[in-house]
Design a protein around this ligand. Structure first.
Ligand code: 5AD
Ligand code: FES
Length: 343
């Protein structure tokens, strides 16, 4: 197995069968993690970048089978933050050293192009040294262009799975992998720094699907790749499905670091949810980004994508401090910087 890891590190690629072997193997991943850690150090040293996450609306017109804020979940209180509330989150975040704000939300019909452009414009005016990332789903190219022209720098849109049949198992008929891919390529062409990604251990996923995800990412060449374990939510069709494992998520993080040495790779909240030291292990396996939550408390409780999500009762300052400690505990340090990709 070690020769496969060496080969992956030096060539940033392997044949499908070898990737499957690496993904399916059942054993100690220490050597894999060490290689990933070294590659991260070559590109980013021990720097870890922060993204202040602002979950500004949990209203969503989509009905993805895995997601707790899907429109058919009538047990969630829906909320929208006002532009003033969003700016207050940024204000607090700026004081705490954040230089990137991520506006994430469901596909809320009230997110008109005008509304999004206006909030992006206000944030960029007030905090010219900060990057603004949007994560608000599938839109026409003209909308993406408008947000970009208003000053948005980055866009996160996980592809979720790059296999058509698997995409169909995770989403209702109105959503298609083809459109998701169209969005990602449009975003790249417009000039955004783009983030794609997938859940690990989603229902119906095997090593074969994961290899297809890696192949799609090679085609897209994203700047960021967000992955985390699938975690069931009790009010969704996947309530009874098994959650993704810590082991496989960490292994995929390392494989991603070896295949995409430059990429920005977050140790996600979902990883921190399935293990109390999940994010620390993620950093050791090659991750270099943390995304503390800046959403006000009464709102964040209702952004329940999956069960037992951490930090639901914490506030922004507490999460910031908590993450500082976690990053230090693995020999890294948080840098107060936009944290652009270093290609
Ligand atoms: N478990 C893990 N991740 C989830 N997401 C949505 N629902 C779940 C879940 N049940 C992820 C999706 C989405 C991101 C915002 O959250 O990958 O793109
Ligand atoms: Fe929120 Fe640890 S990151 S409490």
């Amino acid at each position: 197995m070690e020769h496969l890891i060496e080969q992956l590190r030096h060539e940033q690629d392997l044949p499908d069968e070898s990737l499957i072997q690496l993904i399916e193997r059942d054993g100690d991943d220490t050597v894999l993690f060490q290689h990933a850690d070294q590659v991260r150090r070559e590109h980013y040293g021990t720097d870890v970048f922060l993204r202040g996450l602002i979950e500004f609306t949990n209203v969503c017109q989509n009905d993805c089978y895995y997601c707790g804020i899907r429109k058919s979940n009538h047990h969630t209180d829906r909320y929208r933050l006002t532009p003033e509330q969003i700016l207050t989150c940024c204000e607090n975040g700026y004081e705490m050293g954040f230089r990137t704000f991520v506006l994430q939300g469901g596909e809320d019909p009230r997110n008109t192009d005008e509304a999004i452009c206006s909030i992006v414009d206000q944030i960029k005016n007030r905090f010219p040294d900060c990057a603004v990332t949007l994560s608000i789903g599938e839109k026409p190219r003209s909308s993406y262009q408008a947000y970009y022209d208003a000053g948005a720098d980055r866009y996160l849109l996980r592809h979720e799975t790059a296999t058509d049949a698997h995409y169909r198992k995770l989403h209702p008929a109105e959503l298609s992998l083809a459109n998701r891919k169209r969005c990602l390529f449009d975003l790249k062409e417009i000039g955004y720094q783009v983030g794609a990604g997938f859940m690990v251990g989603s229902p119906g996923q095997t090593a074969k699907e994961l290899v297809t995800d890696l192949r799609f990412l090679q085609q897209l060449q994203p700047d960021m790749i967000g992955i985390g374990p699938f975690i069931p939510h009790h009010e969704t069709p996947f309530a009874q499905e098994k959650q993704g494992t810590l082991e496989l998520t960490l292994r995929m993080l390392s494989i991603l670091r070896l295949m995409f040495p430059y990429v920005l790779l977050p140790a996600t909240t979902a990883l921190g949810t399935i293990s109390p030291i999940g994010r620390e292990l993620g950093l050791k396996a090659g991750a270099n980004v943390m995304m503390p939550n800046l959403t006000p408390n009464d709102a964040r409780k209702n952004y329940d994508l999956y069960d037992n999500k951490i930090c639901m009762d914490e506030n922004a300052a507490k999460c910031r401090l908590c993450q500082e400690g976690r990053v230090r505990s693995v020999g890294c340090q948080i840098v107060s910087d936009r944290g652009d990709v270093r290609r």
